[in-house]
Ligand binder design. Structure first.
Ligand code: SIN
Length: 280
């Protein structure tokens, strides 16, 4: 049995996994314990890892096939790895608002593995929020209403050609392929999580545009109430990066938010998204 320890980072979600070197091939029993930890805690963190790009890809492939992001610029020579970079002179960061990666896809990425290569001296933390805990704390009445709703998710207003968030930002060297931001998708508002079986709230401020059959105006008040509720401090944690840290989060049960508070400093992260299944 491959021993490692889990240290919670908050009461809301997230554990640091201690005692594993991810550059070496992990035995199956360790992988199965890590799967359990990810399903239970929503995000697992690792410190002081020294991974080549090939190690990063190999670790990701232990979890499933890689879901290549079509909008992020890739790391040279590694189309599977998206670069999440901000230069000292750039204003916008990538992921600077609450969202769940790829919720605009029919089969959203199950998880994202973010590896810190260069971090600012201060700032640049990432926040996470637990959508199982947020769902659980809702009233029975609202749970009942939400169980009958489905919501539309889109990439158009974020990655699209016209007036989208990134089209208006200084991110041309980091985000592209706007022509691919064409499809919308509908997912249930409450999911049965494919691994843990827990019910989770599956809307997010980044990509959810409205409830199916409702207008955007009609949807906005209820969505705002859910977003305010879901980001209550007790459902969240905050991760302070060091070079060599990894955060691996489940995109079905968590949101994340990259804090943009390090002007004049550089931050370079490598992200791999692992493929998921269609949601029901
Ligand atoms: C992301 O949204 O995937 C990036 C998160 C981060 O850079 O902290």
């Amino acid at each position: 049995m491959h021993e490692f320890q889990l240290r919670p980072v908050s009461g809301g979600l997230g554990v640091v996994v201690e005692g594993l070197d991810l550059s070496s091939e992990l035995p199956d029993d360790a992988m199965s314990s890590l799967r359990g930890a990810l399903a239970e805690h929503g995000v697992i963190f690792f410190r002081d890892q020294q991974l080549s790009e090939t190690d990063h890809v190999r670790f990701a492939e232990r979890w499933g096939s890689i879901d290549v992001n079509r909008f992020f610029k890739a790391v040279d020579g590694f189309p599977q790895i998206a670069e999440v970079r901000k230069e000292p002179e750039q204003k916008s960061n990538i992921g600077g608002g609450w969202h769940a990666d790829h919720s605009y896809d029919e089969a959203p990425a199950m998880g994202s593995i973010l590896y810190a290569r260069e971090v600012p001296e201060s700032g640049g933390d990432t926040l996470f929020a637990n959508m199982a805990a947020a769902y659980e704390a809702l009233s029975d009445g609202l749970k009942e209403t939400l169980s009958r709703l489905r919501a539309v998710h889109s990439s158009r207003h974020v990655f699209g050609k016209r007036d989208s968030y990134y089209a208006k930002s200084d991110s041309d060297d980091r985000i592209g392929n706007a022509d691919a931001a064409t499809q919308d998708v509908v997912h249930p508002v409450v999911l049965r999580h494919p691994d843990s079986g827990a019910r989770v709230l599956y809307v997010n401020p980044g990509f959810t545009t409205h409830f199916e059959g409702w207008t955007k105006e009609e949807s906005a008040p209820l969505l705002s109430t859910l977003y305010r509720h879901a980001t209550r401090p007790e459902f969240t944690c905050r991760f302070r990066w060091r070079e060599g840290s990894i955060a691996f989060w489940d995109n079905r049960s968590t949101w994340h938010y990259a804090v943009n508070d390090y002007p004049g400093q550089r931050r370079v992260m490598h992200r791999i998204t692992v493929a998921g299944v269609p949601l029901s």
